[in-house]
Design a protein around this ligand. Structure first.
Ligand SMILES: [Zn+2]
Length: 185
């Protein structure tokens, strides 16, 4: 009966009446305060559309380590440090890179940041190609119901070493942050 239900298509379909939606001219873009404050775009593509291909790692490292003693997890969630990393990818990426999310940002090495981007890029790229919940583990693990390494797994055994996964909340955002105290020691 009637037209099929479902979201309307077209650019205006999701705009809320109170949302700021508009197009910027190039000269407006250059002077846009909030956009210019953004850190390097983690998914910045090359001409070959390789995601992360032109991500400015040196600038991201400079901004991140410039935060001194602040814990690294909320620092990488700060979009003025790196643009694009969300809470799930922060926990999962730091786990796979073996970096304690509570570590002072200034102490994280280029090699550790390299390992972080190296895990986050494929996870985020994979996330753009499918619908539904973010999953960060390899397909064989997902088939066993293991969809995340540590995210939302507080108290459950680490999938690598068996140690119970811990939950911490770090300032200033107090977002739920998950870690293995052994793999990320
Ligand atoms: Zn572990």
């Amino acid at each position: 009966m009637g037209a099929p239900a479902g979201p309307a298509r077209g650019p205006a379909a999701r705009a809320r009446p109170d949302a700021e939606v508009g197009l910027l001219a190039l000269d407006e873009l250059e002077h846009h305060e909030r956009l210019n404050a953004l850190g390097p775009d983690i998914m910045a593509p090359t001409d070959a559309l390789e995601r992360g291909g032109t991500f400015d790692r040196a600038e991201a490292a400079r901004r991140i380590r410039g935060r001194g003693g602040d814990p690294v997890n909320p620092v990488i969630l700060d979009q003025t440090m790196v643009a694009g990393v969300g809470n799930i990818y922060a926990s999962e990426g730091l786990f796979l890179a073996g970096v304690d999310p509570c570590r002072p940002a200034q102490s994280v090495t280029d090699a550790e940041l390299g390992a972080l981007w190296g895990t986050v890029h494929p996870m985020m790229w994979d996330g753009t190609t499918r619908w539904g919940r973010t999953q960060t583990t390899p397909p064989a693990m997902q088939e066993r119901g293991e969809t995340h390494w540590v995210y939302q797994r507080k108290g459950k055994p680490c999938l690598v070493c068996g140690t119970p996964v811990e939950l911490v909340r770090l300032p200033p955002y107090d977002r739920a942050t998950y870690l293995c105290p052994v793999c990320q020691a």
